[in-house]
Design a protein around this ligand. Structure first.
Ligand code: MN
Ligand code: MN
Length: 268
């Protein structure tokens, strides 16, 4: 079997975290967990991501100096998308997703987004910061270039974000209505954004915001495996916070989810 290659990019940036720093330390920890000999690099669907050439590692972005990080991220992502391979970004906090998706949506019309998170991240502004990790999907929807935004795992909806969700036509699947893993289907290009706090903190304590009542790991894997999408053009995995992790367990969970997401993407 032949699979398309995928580009990996680390974005070690957490300047816009509202509560706690730490996600900037995540990319090397997740890479190490992914390569850890305690497991192997075969996806559950039977793809060996360890085979030569399938993961093309572009390293971690250097964000110090000029221009500003938002510009640097968007520029680098645009360059990497020119290779016409799907892109997988390791955050960083969720603020990385706005510049990444801005670049992806410029290349791909009618982009769809599947967003796993405890939080809708639709604040117009939080703590006077319009680029806060609580705001990326407001900025993304304001571009007017997104066909559908589907959110799953949500359990922190409030009045303001509910208004924002209605204004932008976001399809929100809240945990209070959970009846087992939904089967999502997307026409056209798809981007997947995975915030680690979508998982219940019992499964993934290595995040900045512990929000009980979340998804189990098997639930997440079922959503990924059951997903119908012809062309997944990019993804990110964000908000892993090594400072909060116990014995590197959440890093292994992040690496497992990265592996299964990548398996779905390269099989397209
Ligand atoms: Mn988030
Ligand atoms: Mn979150």
């Amino acid at each position: 079997m032949k699979f398309r290659p995928i580009t990996l990019l680390g974005i070690p940036w957490d300047d816009h975290s509202s509560y706690m720093q730490g996600p900037a330390l995540a990319p090397p920890k997740i890479r190490t967990a992914f390569a850890c000999p305690s497991s192997n690099q075969w996806t559950e669907s039977g793809i060996d991501l360890g085979q030569k050439g399938i993961i093309q590692d572009a390293g971690d972005l250097v964000l110090e100096g000029e221009p500003d990080p938002l510009t640097k991220i968007q520029t680098r992502v645009t360059e990497l998308l020119d290779h016409n391979t799907p892109l997988f970004c390791l955050g960083g906090d969720h603020a990385v997703t706005y510049p990444v998706v801005k670049a992806v949506a410029q290349k791909y019309d009618h982009l769809n987004i599947l967003h796993f998170d405890a939080h809708p991240d639709l604040y117009d502004s939080l703590d006077n910061d319009r680029f806060s990790h609580a705001c990326p999907f407001a900025r993304i929807m304001e571009t007017g270039r997104i066909h559908r935004l589907v959110q799953v795992g949500i359990r922190c909806m409030n009045g303001h974000q509910k208004e924002q969700a209605e204004k932008f036509g976001v399809e929100v699947h809240e945990m209070k209505d959970w009846q087992g893993p939904p089967k999502f289907s997307f026409d056209g290009p798809l981007y997947i954004s995975f915030d680690m706090d979508a998982l219940d903190p019992a499964f993934a304590p290595g995040v900045s915001h512990w929000e009980p009542g979340g998804l189990g790991i098997r639930d997440v894997l079922a959503v990924i495996h059951n997903l119908t999408a012809k062309n997944i053009v990019g993804a990110d995995l964000v908000e892993y916070n090594p400072v909060q992790d116990l014995s590197g367990l959440t890093a292994m969970t992040a690496a497992k989810i990265m592996k299964e997401l990548m398996g779905k993407i390269v099989d397209g």
